[in-house]
Write a protein that binds this ligand. Structure first.
Ligand SMILES: [Zn+2]
Length: 338
């Protein structure tokens, strides 16, 4: 009996030893195997995301490594219109010192070549008309610069966001469309109009605007010009005024622009996305530009404008935008009875 017990004990001991040896030798193998098990389905998932055509082993590696690099970048828009006006070139403007554009007032920077135009739109964003302008531009896969009125940006921020989302450049056109070249316009008031306008555009966009500015009524007072220079904001006049705000119908706008363009050969065109006739004229006008051999140049800013925090804050206060509290919940709401 005692012998039998010793035998059982010995068998149990042997079993334990064998199990331990197996465990300590097998475990590292299991751990090594684990990452490759996870990696295999991952690789298969990447492979599944690539085109269905069979790929050689080396192609597989290249495609897989390209996926993370591609995903953060915005997909390049493909133009559905094969005969679109399009954009012939994109220029980036270094706004240091406040360069002036548009030969009506600023004659230093002649960057357009023959048959090149820049499309610019003032006074928006506005319901109906601005979205119609955006659609006309989109149908022709072309881009423009929009000079928004600050007040209008606060009325219709969602429309201004559509303008930016469509890839157009968004600058400002003062807070309230004030003439900055009158006797009543002090340097301080001019600064307020300029800065509040840019802060309103920023608030609407949720992003920094381009440091591009157009004077209301193209009235550039010397104090305002000097101030914009210190803020490194580019000033825009125009080469060619469509006078769309006083046109009696869309046809009149098209005729004015095409007649002036055919005479001048190129230029920055001033229009208003705020105006109904402009929105209606635009599809045909863009077709006429294409037929006339004109090419659209898109102007972008090298760097966005840093708005002044005091104007951002004053505007938020004016707009009664609730200021987010940074206090923890426990200090704001306390349970006093359960
Ligand atoms: Zn205007």
């Amino acid at each position: 009996m005692r012998h039998a017990l010793a035998l059982v004990l010995a068998s149990v001991l042997t079993a334990v030893v064998i199990a331990s040896v197996w465990f300590w030798t097998a475990t590292p193998r299991l751990q090594l195997a684990a990452p490759s098990t996870v990696a295999a389905p991952l690789a298969e998932r990447f492979a599944a995301a690539t085109p269905a055509k069979p790929l050689a082993a080396r192609d597989d590696v290249e495609v897989t490594s390209a996926i993370p690099a591609k995903s953060p970048a915005a997909p390049k828009a493909v133009c559905a219109n094969p005969d679109a006006l399009g954009v012939s070139r994109v220029v980036v403007v270094d706004t240091t010192g406040g360069p002036g554009f548009g030969f009506e007032h600023f004659k230093q920077l002649d960057f357009l070549t023959d048959k090149e135009v820049v499309l610019t739109f003032d006074d928006g964003p506005w319901p109906g008309n601005t979205p119609a302008v955006l659609k006309a531009l989109d149908d022709e896969c072309t881009k423009a610069v929009f000079f928004s009125i600050g007040k209008h940006a606060t009325y219709h921020p969602e429309i201004l966001r559509q303008v930016a989302a469509a890839g157009h450049t968004v600058g400002a056109h003062t807070w309230s469309h004030a003439n900055l070249n009158t006797k009543k316009m002090t340097p301080q008031l001019a600064k307020d109009e300029i800065e509040k306008g840019f802060s309103a555009v920023k608030l609407a966009l949720g992003a920094d605007p381009a440091p591009f500015f157009r004077f209301p009524e193209l009235q550039h007072g010397p104090a305002a010009v000097a101030y914009l220079g210190t803020r490194n904001i580019a000033m825009f006049s125009c080469d060619l005024d469509s006078f769309d705000f006083r046109a009696k119908n869309p046809e009149q706008i098209i005729n004015t622009v095409m007649t002036k363009l055919d005479k001048q050969g190129k230029g920055i065109i001033l229009m208003h996305d705020f105006q109904k006739h402009t929105a209606k004229a635009l599809p045909a006008l863009l077709r006429r530009l294409k037929a006339g051999g004109y090419k659209v140049v898109q102007m972008k800013a090298k760097a966005p404008l840093q708005t002044l925090p005091e104007y951002d804050e004053a505007l938020m206060k004016d707009m009664k935008v609730p200021v987010a509290s940074t206090r923890p919940v426990s200090s704001v709401v306390q349970t006093v009875s359960e």
